[in-house]
Ligand binder design. Sequence first.
Ligand SMILES: C[S@@+](CC[C@H](N)C(=O)[O-])C[C@H]1O[C@@H](n2cnc3c(N)ncnc32)[C@H](O)[C@@H]1O
Length: 174
Amino acid sequence: MAWGLLGPREAERIWTRHILNSIALAPRVPDGSRVVDVGSGAGLPGVPLAILRPDLRVTLLDSLARRSEFLQLAVAELGLAERVQVVRARAEEHRSQYEVVVSRAVAPLTRLVPWCSPLLASTGRMVALKGESAGDELAQAQPILRRLALDGSVRELEVPLLGETTWAVEVWRR
Ligand SMILES: C[S@@+](CC[C@H](N)C(=O)[O-])C[C@H]1O[C@@H](n2cnc3c(N)ncnc32)[C@H](O)[C@@H]1O
């Protein structure tokens, strides 16, 4: 069955552009964390992260039924069901807290931060993969961070095996 979750040209760059890019954030996730992947889509970055890091418990959150159905099947097929759960919900309506809130290609920080900050445990952090737009997005989100008593910073990340660099924005409670 074709799920139509990736664009027509994406299959050939699934490893480089999607999977390796996703696991670039792994060093920013502390051992044993409870992690939520907001807007997980086809499972990025949550599924590669969960495979790479058996110490993590991961929730894959997406608002669309079709995507959460795909994720349920993928989690079962990959034998991850003991520590990876799928939740169909909008981030802003989800009511749990996590040590790490990851995301990739979901929304600009100005929208993502208000959605994700209630999901942060008191010592939790958001890690949003942003690529080259990280610095600009963080600058635009500064008024929102101040209003919500949050701090943020851009982190440079190495994309494993490719020798490339990407960037994430991290956000935490003051
Ligand atoms: C462009 S896709 C990116 C998917 C994946 N993170 C990736 O990197 O390929 C954005 C995803 O975010 C989901 N999404 C958008 N707004 C959301 C919200 N408020 N709460 C939960 N999921 C949301 C969409 O359903 C979609 O699957």
